[in-house]
Design a protein around this ligand. Structure first.
Ligand code: NAP
Length: 313
């Protein structure tokens, strides 16, 4: 049985979620803040059921404001001791957690962000399954719509925060040229600096109508990826794309937001006759990959999708 458990007291050994560990089951969970709208418990409940495994997936909402002492460290120590078998990490701890771990995978190290922690030989290993999750889903979507992952390779990424790090890394590793557009130009520049040796065509630009217009008049962009939160609560109806600029013809639009399923940006793409997808496929894939790291079993993506679609729609 899966149970969500709150994590509000410093003594984590007393937490109900930890006591709820199935005797022969996996003790999994998610740390971050806030977590009340997380779909991860449903995804991992479906993955456990589909794989025929016993286990729990607990929520550890550690408010950064109310942290006394280092409760994240304490939680990690509990995992190191073998009580917790696997953790997902989300905002605001994806970067903060890095120095607290014993090892990092090459992807976690390159992106500077961890979304999955697993244990190997008593050591905590930080990984980032957002990169592969995005790669698998965008590739599948492009191939379904006739665009070619190997040949159509110029992307415009909107936003330069945590998820943009995974998206840009996935694209440049696959050989794509990337234009990274952010409202704070220095944020985009600093993100690209870490990947500079991977590709010759990486450029940062402001997220402004004039800059986007100039780019589109010169370059034929194959893919636009929204990594800003504009379009999800509390910004439903908002879009990062300036209304006065038509979306470029033939482009595929991928919005990392999955709730609502069709953001204002995706809707504009569909109205313009363009193809696009929301981030649900990436969400499922990154969760399934984390589950594989923890349990060694590949869960059914279909079961996981059904588990969250019934709640979303
Ligand atoms: P983040 O680290 O906070 O980064 C957000 C980026 O968007 C930053 O560059 C931020 O700029 C920019 N931004 C925020 N508000 C903006 C505005 N009004 N106008 C222009 N730019 C704005 O967040 P994140 O972790 O990357 O997450 C971003 C989105 O991706 C969220 O909606 C999240 O749910 C989604 N996501 C989906 C998946 C998936 O599996 N599908 C995975 C991860 C994230 P500033 O730094 O200047 O604020």
């Amino acid at each position: 049985m899966i149970q969500g458990a709150s994590f509000s007291r410093p003594d984590i050994h007393a937490e109900p979620g930890l006591q709820a560990r199935a005797s022969n089951g996996f003790n999994l969970g998610l740390v971050g803040y806030p977590l009340s709208h997380s779909l991860s418990p449903r995804l991992h409940a479906a993955a456990l059921a589909d794989s025929g495994l016993e286990g729990v997936y607990n929520l550890y909402p550690l408010s950064p404001e109310s942290v006394e002492g280092d409760r994240l460290q304490t939680l990690l120590q509990t995992m190191r001791s073998g009580v917790i078998d696997g953790l997902n990490v989300t905002i605001p701890y994806k970067q903060v957690v890095l120095p607290m771990l014993d090892e990092l995978t090459s992807v976690a190290s390159a992106t500077g962000a961890v979304n999955t922690i697993y244990r190997r030989n008593g050591k905590l290993v930080g990984d980032n399954t957002d990169v592969e999750g995005f790669t698998v889903d965008i590739r599948r979507n492009l191939e379904k719509t006739g665009l070619n992952w190997e040949n159509d390779r110029l992307a415009l990424v909107l936003g330069a925060g945590g998820s943009a790090r995974a998206v840009v890394y996935a694209l440049v590793t696959a050989g794509w040229g990337v234009y990274l557009s952010a409202r704070r130009l220095e944020q985009a520049q600093s993100l690209l600096e870490s990947y500079a040796s991977k590709s010759i065509s990486l450029s940062a630009m402001p997220l402004e109508a004039s800059a986007l217009q100039a780019l589109l008049s010169e370059k034929s962009i194959n893919l636009i990826v929204n990594t800003t939160p504009l379009g999800m609560a509390p910004w439903e109806g908002a879009s990062p794309w300036p209304v006065q600029i038509p979306l470029p013809p033939g482009v595929f639009l991928y919005d990392l937001i999955y709730n609502p399923p069709e953001t204002a940006l995706l809707k504009a793409a569909h109205v313009a006759g363009l193809r696009g997808a929301n981030g649900l496929g990436m969400l499922i894939e990154q969760a399934a990959l984390a589950f594989e790291r923890w349990t060694g079993q590949a869960p059914s993506r279909q079961s996981m999708t059904q588990a969250v679609q019934s709640r979303q729609l």
